[in-house]
Design a protein around this ligand. Structure first.
Ligand code: 5GP
Length: 197
């Protein structure tokens, strides 16, 4: 049985965009430069940590069994097997609702399917899509990261192409070509949303 959303005082920001587009770098700068009470929701995943990733900071890294238990208990606002390769990602309901109740602006960095699922439950959520300048740039970034096998990289690229087709369904789109410009655009959108309330 799904739990109805709790009363919210903060704001929900959904940030999507293909893997490798630089959402992490962009968000890091926005967090550092915005004066709003932003907080990043830490998702759970069955993916193994990459070098430099910390449990509880970048993700809650959990086993498939734990993930399935949480899913059955209704602990996730949304969860998806993002790349169709058996790796699951999910937004923890409690994490989001606690932060919203505390008046925070909660940022979800999730895929397009997850974004749509959250928007259905929180119609006031602000949706932002981060786009690359072009596909070549995305390919280079994914290959350059060197964190995935060749096969996984092609899988990510194919999902990325599919995600780009949904960009128009987001109310705000930001091209992450010049990082300073993208950060400025992101912060302007947040200011507008603040002033509109
Ligand atoms: P990565 O494995 O590179 O950390 O993340 C891959 C993709 O998974 C990202 O593009 C991100 O948008 C998506 N993702 C991360 N957390 C979640 C989540 O909780 N739910 C959904 N639906 N997607 C997520």
């Amino acid at each position: 049985m799904s739990v109805p959303p709790q009363p919210q005082h903060g704001k929900l920001l959904i940030v999507s965009g293909p893997s490798g587009v630089g959402k992490g770098t962009l968000l890091k700068r926005v967090f550092a430069e915005s004066s709003l009470p932003l907080v990043l929701s830490v998702s759970a995943t069955t993916r193994k940590p990459r070098t430099g990733e910390t449990d509880g900071v970048h993700y809650h890294f959990i086993t498939s069994g734990d993930f399935e238990n949480k899913r059955c208990r209704g602990d996730f606002l949304e969860c998806f097997e993002v790349f169709g390769t058996g790796t699951w990602y999910g937004t923890l309901r409690k994490e989001v609702e606690t932060a919203l109740a505390a008046g925070r602006w909660v940022v979800l960095e999730i895929d397009v399917k997850g974004a749509k699922a959250v928007k259905e439950q929180f119609p006031d959520a602000v949706m932002l899509f981060v786009k690359p300048k072009n596909i070549e740039v995305l390919k280079e970034r994914l290959a350059g990261r060197g964190t995935e096998t060749k096969e996984a990289m092609w899988q990510r690229l194919s999902v990325a192409l599919d995600e780009l087709r949904h960009a128009d369904e987001f109310e705000h789109q930001i091209v992450n070509d010049d990082l300073d410009a993208a950060v400025g655009q992101f912060i302007d959108i947040l200011k507008q949303r603040k002033d509109n309330n």
